[in-house]
Design a protein around this ligand. Sequence first.
Ligand code: PAF
Length: 276
Amino acid sequence: MEVFKIYKKLEKHLNDRENVGFVPTMGALHRGHLSLIKRSLADNPQTVVSIFVNPTQFDDAADLQRYPRTLAKDLELLQTLGAKLWVYTPEAADLYGESLAVGEYDFGALTKTMEGRSRHQHFEGVATVVEKLLRKVGPTKAYFGEKDFQQVRVIETLVAQKNLQTQIIRCPIVREANGLAMSSRNALLTTEERAQAGLLYQTLQAAKTKFKTQSIDQIHQWVQDVFNKNPQFTLDYFSICDETHLQEIKNPIGGIPRGFIAAKLGNIRLIDNLSF
Ligand code: PAF
């Protein structure tokens, strides 16, 4: 494993661009990240992992400041894989140059719902950094977790719009025993909150069952009631959308349905989704 802060130095090692797998991350690595990295290692002779907390995708300075940064621990964890890995840990200037400019993108309706509605310019910031990373690393395949399902759809659209030659590989959500989707933000939860946070997944599972027999309005009302009974959470949204366009399904027959949920537990925002 080798670690590079400067892309120019990493570039010298990536001699065969035909066979590079890439896993972009913001660090605070967990089993979910490791599953992406293991998949890339299995698929490609070379794997690059980037660790960079991207400021342009945060619309809240306090959220950016408290985002967990655990680089030394992350590198130790990657070392345990005992694999040939190139790890890219840039400072902002190596990716952005002088100013943290956000690119102009039009993802249409895809970014007008859910995370796009709740987090101003979030997906423009994600697209900016992912486009920069994909152009630099030039991977054959890049691996993204389905926990951020809307992000995956945005990146798939970005790659198609910009004609980037990278295949985007969707990887399944890795969960804790109580169903909580693995996320770097989970490190900010107390032990008690972490135990409670399985509620998002449990709600999605029950809503999936109800989806077979109940109306969308009834399911929404039921989810609202669950969260009213659990006031330690603030429900941001619950939505049943079609997987492709991420538009709310009004009629259970249209599109491939997937349930999405976002809620705050204390100060920490959690998201999850499940195929219905
Ligand atoms: O999913 C993440 O960790 C980030 O949004 C990503 C894709 C690394 C871009 O900063």
